[in-house]
Design a protein around this ligand. Structure first.
Ligand SMILES: Nc1ncnc2c1ncn2[C@@H]1O[C@H](COP(=O)(O)OP(=O)(O)O)[C@@H](O)[C@H]1O
Ligand SMILES: C[C@@](O)(CCOP(=O)(O)OP(=O)(O)O)CC(=O)O
Length: 511
């Protein structure tokens, strides 16, 4: 039987860099950009001689990259051995498979039912991976075809379109680097991909029960208890595949959806980092470790929309930006501490204002809706003029408070970038972000995550999104189709390509 699991991409709206150290928190929004993993048996029948097997077969397909890799999986050690060219392998998927199988094995051994899992495994594993178009940059194709930089153009691409690699210009010459890099939008493709594979496998083996994409919020709360294991296994596999331990907000968002995140202590992964260890022992250590991350509920206040834009192509390397900031921490501890303390304070105050707005919406929906409607049609300096009672005044105070704290955050991040010698909020972006924040209905505009040249975001009230998207297009920023969606990892009803078929047929073909 086929299992399809999906996990979302993320946008970190506050807490970049600080989130690398406990107990600093970051606010992360999950999105409707999702990775899908489809898991089914490779063989319909259990072969009569399979009882004596110590290996089984695994096939991993990435149709968007036209890649297929095959492996032998050790039933005892849960390790994969590639039987195709190493060019088509994917370290994230390899770690996800090994860790998920080892975790399942431990679970079945504990229940004294190892043979039940082995019966499933000897049918082989056929894994297909698909990522929404929103994860990938199509800017160079759009420009090469002289098409407008609009969401309408992006919407014409067939779903799960072939992924392009970063090229040197758009003149047909492929980058000289031997492994061309995927052109991406910074939504955390590897975290969502790893999480979807781990989730699909653990559900397929019957070790966890994933929440379905249509369940209610209360059902989801109880289901979350059950998906902690998905988080631990996906987080560990992701760190090991990446060869570094980041804050983990991307994997946490892929599992639990939009949230306020405080990182785990890196020591939970100390055993996994020792090369050549016996996989079943590594998994036991990981599952027994004291995972101390916090993922608490957070979402944008109602009637607010997230808009993302791609200001150019190329992007920035998060790893080297983090390296430079850490270098600055060491070389100028006094200024670093002062900036971080002020940033932590501004981040906490922004969060408090957004929480207040959520509370106002819960308490007095009709009045909240009315004032938000008014603010969406006017620029921030006119918001206070719209209020008709004290409650609305409180709402507007919070909106303006959120803006003030966000300006502080932007200023301190710019300062930190200058001190560390990296463009966290590049000067070329500052003017655009300022003018966006002055538009009607715009609450905030900034650079997500580590900043740099990857992307910009805006949080917009009510109906003002189209106007902002239009303004961005006119200055060469490609507005993206992606939206906030607070759902974390989910069980899907079937192959997402089937439900996307209609839109694919009507779309244009771009070579
Ligand atoms: N659809 C896909 N199928 C298989 N592998 C993918 C797919 N999309 C992205 N990848 C792989 O995921 C990795 C991207 O990870 P990474 O560079 O960490 O990006 P991100 O910052 O988005 O997480 C790349 O190695 C790329 O080959
Ligand atoms: C600097 C950071 O705190 C935030 C980076 O956020 P991004 O959203 O920029 O992440 P990538 O997808 O890895 O590029 C590093 C971290 O938290 O790990």
């Amino acid at each position: 039987m086929e299992v399809v699991a999906s996990a979302p991409g993320k946008v970190l709206i506050s807490g970049g860099y600080l989130i690398l150290e406990r107990p600093n928190a970051g606010l992360v929004l999950s999105t409707n950009a999702r990775f899908y993993a489809i898991v089914k048996p490779l063989y319909e029948e259990i072969k009569p001689e399979s009882w004596a097997w110590s290996w089984t077969d695994v096939k991993v397909s990435s149709p968007q990259l036209s890649r297929e890799a095959t492996y032998k999986l050790s039933l005892e050690k849960s390790t994969l051995h590639c039987t195709t060219s190493r060019n088509s392998v994917n370290p994230f998927v390899e770690h996800a498979v090994q860790y998920a199988v080892a975790a399942a094995r431990r679970n079945f051994v504990e229940k004294g039912k190892k043979d039940v899992l082995e019966k499933v495994l000897v049918q082989g594993l056929d894994i297909t991976i698909l990522g929404s178009n929103d994860f990938y940059s199509f800017r160079s194709q759009i420009e090469a075809h002289g098409l407008p930089l609009t969401r309408k153009t992006l919407a014409t691409f067939p779903s799960f379109f072939s992924i392009t690699f970063n090229t040197e210009g758009w003149n047909g010459t492929v980058s000289r680097s031997c492994k061309p890099e995927v052109a991406k939008t910074g939504l955390g493709s590897s975290a969502a991909m790893t999480t979807s594979v781990v989730a699909a496998l653990l559900h397929y083996f019957g070790v966890v029960k994933l929440p379905s994409s249509s369940i209610s919020l209360t059902e989801q709360v109880s289901a979350e208890l059950n998906i902690d294991m998905v988080h631990i296994i996906a987080q560990s596999a992701h760190c090991l595949a990446q060869g570094k331990i980041g804050s983990g907000f991307d994997v946490s968002a892929a599992v639990f959806g939009s949230q306020r995140y405080v990182r785990f202590s890196p020591s939970v992964l100390s055993s996994a980092q020792i090369g050549g260890s016996y996989m079943p022992d590594v998994i036991s250590d990981i599952l027994n470790a004291k995972w101390d991350h916090e993922a608490s509920r957070f979402s944008l206040p109602p009637l607010m929309t997230l808009l993302l834009g791609e200001p150019g192509s190329g992007g920035s390397s998060t790893t080297s930006m983090v390296g430079s900031v850490k270098q600055w921490q060491k070389s100028d501890p006094k200024n670093y501490l002062e900036t971080w303390t002020r940033l932590a304070d501004a981040n906490a105050k922004l969060e408090a204002q957004l929480n207040l707005l959520n509370k106002f919406a819960r308490e007095q929906w009709a009045i909240y809706e009315q004032i938000m409607g008014m603010c969406s049609y006017s620029a921030h300096e006119k918001w206070m003029e719209q209020v008709v009672d004290q409650f609305q005044e409180e709402v507007v105070k919070s909106l303006l408070g959120a803006r003030d704290y966000f300006f502080k955050i932007r200023f301190l991040m710019q300062q930190m970038g200058k001190a560390a010698g990296v463009p966290i909020e590049p000067e070329s972006q500052t003017q655009l972000l300022d003018s966006t924040m002055n538009m009607e209905g715009v609450l905030l505009a900034g650079v997500p995550g580590a900043g740099g040249f990857d992307a910009i975001f805006a949080i917009i009230i009510g109906e003002a999104t189209d106007a902002v998207a239009k303004a961005w297009s006119s200055v060469g920023v490609l507005p993206l189709l992606v939206k906030e969606d607070s759902h974390g990892v989910s069980l899907e009803a079937g192959d997402p390509r089937n439900s996307e078929l209609t839109s694919a047929i009507s779309s244009i073909k771009i070579n």
